[in-house]
Design a protein around this ligand. Structure first.
Ligand code: BG6
Length: 487
């Protein structure tokens, strides 16, 4: 991917965790690869915790370098990467300080990208301050999640930012959209005629989407305790995956064609009736337990978490889509911290044959199933039945495997690298449009409200398990089970 689009990438929150772990390493990888970033492109870090450029570069060397390229660091590329970095020390709370930022960038070339890797409470003040010094022209702004706490607060941010930047200038990041396998899902669905006729209610019995983590809340207890899994993972990552799985084929891959189709899915989500919440939503919180032989503490004892917290660290939902393609097909979504494994996958369970001349096993649900593993080890696996060798007609489950690392040994890109390049090059397709975000909040909010009103604590689960038993029971009511419970 050659580019000649020059840029000035202004990174607010330049010494924050996200800059350290994701943004600066991703920019370095793009730089190291060669040809992806214009030679004249500059990175301007904005932070308070360094006095000057020298001190900032020292911080980058100490904190960012350990997070770059596991393949062995290219020292020459690293040295030339540091040359791209400028630094401005300003107090984000003081609009008058932004004059220094304007002076620092005024002679730098190309499109300006303002990446707000800060808390959401700073989004609006930063945008106002940028506008006050005329920096909102010829610019793009990148907003990290969480964008708001509910529909109202997200609208308030979007309204305020929208007064300063046009929608085409606003890049709302959902890093799941930048993951290679999610891109591949689009390729699988819309590059092959094979699946399209089957991708509908007549042939699909149910769909599962899981994002399971072994990690707990790490150093983010404070943030997480005010957020919970529904806001942290479902409102954004899971609903975005769902919309890509369920969307109609777009007319083209341009940003609005794709986002229009995703929006249609989000708007067609069957609203959750508060009276049914116990049947279609499970919330859990982890207690102490053992993960891969190591004891881990209960959520309520994590630093930054209130000891009597009722914040959910696990959610399982049954979702329905009210349109012709999907009416009546349950989509089961699930996410949680401190679960038994780290895995993100989509499971499409096809219906059994209508009549079996080959015995009962051919009538078993899930005999035909497509498992799209997003992480770890990206694979797509299609399960079928085949005859067992030997006498008689006995069927056994076999699978066709597509392991991407065997086909494509080079060129894999981290989500942040792809997304940052998209911002620099003005490609909006993988960013969330305001109306999508609103539709997602609108659907999620009744669940949040009902949980709050009911005042019931989340169901406990031991760390290192797959969440509360109620999650399995919910699927059992529909005659199915989570993939790991098969056999
Ligand atoms: C983030 C959430 O958006 O996604 C985190 O805030 C979560 O809580 C993370 O751990 C998971 O992302 P990934 O790419 O590691 O699956």
């Amino acid at each position: 991917m050659q580019t000649d689009s020059s840029f000035t990438f202004v990174l607010f929150g330049g010494t924050g965790d996200l800059s350290m772990r994701k943004i600066l390493p991703a920019l370095f990888e793009a730089h190291r690869a060669g040809g992806m970033l214009a030679d004249s492109g500059k990175i301007v870090a904005v932070a308070r915790h360094a006095a000057d450029r020298g001190e900032y570069l020292q911080w980058v060397n100490e904190h960012v370098k350990p997070h770059v390229s596991k393949k062995g660091l290219d020292e020459t590329a690293w040295a030339s990467f540091l040359e791209r970095i400028e630094f401005v020390n300003i107090d984000l709370g003081k609009a008058e300080d932004f004059v220094h930022l304007r002076d620092a960038v005024k002679d730098l070339p190309g499109i300006r990208v303002f990446y707000l890797a800060t808390g959401p409470s700073l989004f609006v003040p930063i945008c106002h301050a940028l506008a006050s010094v005329g920096l909102n022209e010829n610019a793009r702004i990148v907003l990290e999640k969480p964008l708001g706490y509910d529909l109202k607060s997200s609208n308030a941010i979007n309204d305020a930012v929208g007064e300063i930047f046009a929608e085409e200038q606003i890049y709302r990041i959902d890093h799941y959209l930048g993951k290679e396998p999610v891109q591949n899902l689009l390729a699988l669905r819309f590059g092959n005629a094979l699946f399209e006729p089957l991708w509908r209610r007549e042939w699909v019995e149910s769909i599962q989407i899981t994002i399971a983590e072994e990690l707990g809340v790490e150093a983010r207890g404070d943030f997480y305790d005010n957020t919970g899994a529904l806001r942290d993972m479902v409102q954004n990552h899971l609903l975005q995956l769902l919309s890509i799985v369920a969307m109609e084929p777009p007319h083209s891959m341009d940003s609005d064609s794709v986002r229009d189709e995703k929006l249609r899915v989000l708007r067609a989500l069957k609203p959750i009736d508060p009276r049914d919440i116990g049947k279609v939503a499970v919330r859990g919180q982890y207690h102490s337990g053992v993960i891969r032989g190591t004891s881990v503490p209960a959520y309520a004892t994590e630093s930054g978490v209130r000891p009597d917290s009722t914040t959910e660290t696990f959610v399982a939902l049954k979702v329905e889509i009210e349109n012709w393609r999907w009416a009546g097909v349950p989509f089961f979504l699930r996410t949680g911290k401190r679960l038994a494994d780290r895995v993100a996958e989509i499971v499409v369970n096809f219906r059994a044959v209508p009549h079996s001349a080959l015995g009962a096993s051919a009538l078993r649900a899930g005999a035909n199933r497509l498992v799209i593993r997003l992480q770890p080890n990206e694979t797509i696996r299609l399960y079928c039945l085949a005859k067992q060798p030997g006498e008689g007609m006995n069927l056994a489950s076999v699978h066709l495997d597509l392991a991407f690392d065997q086909f494509f040994r080079e060129g894999q890109m981290e989500a942040y690298q792809r997304l940052l390049l998209d911002v620099i090059n003005g490609r909006l397709a993988l960013f969330v449009r305001r109306d999508e975000q609103e539709a997602a909040w609108r659907w999620v909010e009744p669940i949040l409200n009902e949980w709050k009103a009911s005042n019931k604590p989340p169901k406990p689960y031991a760390a290192g398990t797959w969440g509360p038993a109620a999650s399995s029971a919910m699927l059992a009511q529909h005659g199915t089970c989570w993939l790991e419970e098969e056999n």
